[in-house]
Design a protein around this ligand. Sequence first.
Ligand SMILES: *Cc1c(COP(=O)(O)O)cnc(C)c1O
Length: 360
Amino acid sequence: MERVYNFSAGPSALPLAVLQEAAADFYDIAGTGKSVMETSHRSQEYAAINQQAQALVKELLGLGDEYKVLLLSGGASLQFAMVPMNLLKPDATADYLVTGSWASKAAKEGKVIGRINIAADTGQDGVYCRVPNQQECKLSANGAYVHLTANNTIFGTQYHSYPQTEAPLVADMSSDIMSRPFDAKRFGLIYAGAQKNLGPAGVTLVVIREDLLQQSNSGLPSMLSYKTHADKDSLYNTPPCFNVYMLGRTLAWVKAQGGLEGMAQRTQRKADLLYQAIDQNPDFFRAPVDRESRSTMNVVFRLPTEDLEKRFVEQGKSAKMIGLKGHRSVGGIRVSIYNGVEPEWVEALVQFMEEFARRA
Ligand SMILES: *Cc1c(COP(=O)(O)O)cnc(C)c1O
């Protein structure tokens, strides 16, 4: 078996130890004579998998009974709609901080449901190089919530401190959750598609504070109501059982690596290696993102010409390094260094970058 150095933006690399554990369980989980995929979601075995996954989310985020963990389907993209459907009352306004494509999509869906205010927009001619500072956020009085995108997966920006708000903070943390410690209690709701830091695509994590859950709008279709899923412990309909199992195994691995502190050390080491390689050779590599907003998950940079960028991606592939091409809307190079990416892969990539620049 020869595995590649996978720097894909998502679905992305999973820890090999998790894949091996899943492989060992594949035909027979815990001596039951069947796989998770063949197990009833109403069984005791699955109840344990579901409970374990939810408990690990709370443990790693340092949250107690004042929060409810939901494991849903539909991706982060469905949360763009479910958040306003559940949390935005007809006469209220929700604030959105727009820092990139995903944040714009969230705001666009919000507009379909109710009244929203673009409280900040750091885009210039469709390019997003930074997150807003506190003064720039023009928040509504008595806003329903403030929505932000914690890490801008496409342009490579990230909040390193979150704005102070009176209204509940709601965050799309799809591409940086569980990569470092943060004060999760400051948030009313956090959501994340699993396929970057939590497991394979197909399950979506939602963490919601109990008071917001209790006040959430009624009269919604059952599947779109947080209350439905909370009341049934995310077993209202058939959940993506295998994905929930994988999310649980991935979080157990995070815990075994020292939890979010352990992940933060790993993350910082990888990000430092890459940004140092870029900054050390400013004639060749250029990071378009403002220094204070640089992402520790998606490192974006440009080479002197598009032709060189194309060759960089091609030669990288020959050296087993995949997923280096920037998002089609941005171009350039993007290196995604989520939790599953090994620091050794980044060391190899940095060496490749130095050699490529020398040869060019
Ligand atoms: C990948 C990503 C999404 C989209 O997630 P889906 O699960 O495909 O809907 C949304 N927001 C952010 C920040 C992302 O990185």
